[in-house]
Write a protein that binds this ligand. Structure first.
Ligand SMILES: CC(C)(COP(=O)(O)OP(=O)(O)OC[C@H]1O[C@@H](n2cnc3c(N)ncnc32)[C@H](O)[C@@H]1OP(=O)(O)O)[C@@H](O)C(=O)NCCC(=O)NCCS
Length: 176
């Protein structure tokens, strides 16, 4: 993929990202239960990326800090959205791989996602429901997945909840 590049999300990207998400998930997406776990503006900026082609944002992947008992740090993956014209070229997978590499480098212990198992399994996610992982959302149990870099705490894992602390944007953190 030569004509697209990834970079960290910046606060000024927000309008273009929101537009891309409306196209990918429909404009009533904020009513989905998963949004209750995402503090507005609280995405983990140092690991959120966009893909840019010809100056336009064509894909977005965000992560959000959440809380899960037994883990010191957990992120919720998503939303992931690739512009229709850019799908089926490996960009979605590239975004997830690159995002998880940043998350791993940041020392985050686990990542949870509500998504398609056939897509996320390739990145090391496993079914969360058999481990007792619960997302407080109306979501099919088979879509709940977790990727853990440390030995899981005692099972059942229990419910994921919204993290209390807000995450500052990269400008304040001094990151790219
Ligand atoms: C899902 C999405 C991010 C995939 O982006 P992409 O750039 O096309 O993904 P990739 O090219 O890296 O991988 C595509 C492969 O992933 C798998 N895949 C993609 N979406 C899938 C889904 N919903 N269910 C199962 N497998 C899926 C398929 O094997 C697909 O192979 P194909 O291209 O031969 O059909 C994109 O379709 C999108 O933005 N959709 C709208 C938003 C959305 O539904 N996001 C939810 C992500 S769980």
């Amino acid at each position: 993929m030569t004509d697209v590049s990834l970079r960290l999300e910046q606060p000024a990207d927000d309008p273009a990202i929101e537009c891309l998400l409306d196209l990918g998930f429909s404009s009533n997406r904020r009513q989905r239960g998963v949004y209750s776990l995402r503090a507005p503006g609280g995405q983990a900026f140092p690991v959120c990326q966009v893909a840019v082609a010809a100056g336009a944002i064509v894909a977005t992947l965000r992560f959000w800090p959440v809380a899960l008992a037994g883990y010191a740090s957990v992120y919720l993956l998503g939303p992931l959205s690739v512009a229709a014209a850019w799908r089926h070229r490996g960009l979605g997978a590239t975004m997830v791989e690159a995002g998880l590499a940043l998350v791993d480098r940041a020392g985050i212990e686990a990542v949870v996602v509500s998504g398609e198992p056939d897509f996320y399994r390739r990145f090391g996610f496993v079914a969360g429901a058999p481990l007792g992982l619960v997302l407080p959302l109306p979501v099919e149990p088979e879509r709940i997945m977790i990727r853990s870099r440390v030995a899981p705490p005692a099972q059942p894992l229990g419910p994921v909840s919204r993290a209390a602390a807000a995450v500052r944007p990269p400008a304040e953190l001094g990151a790219g």
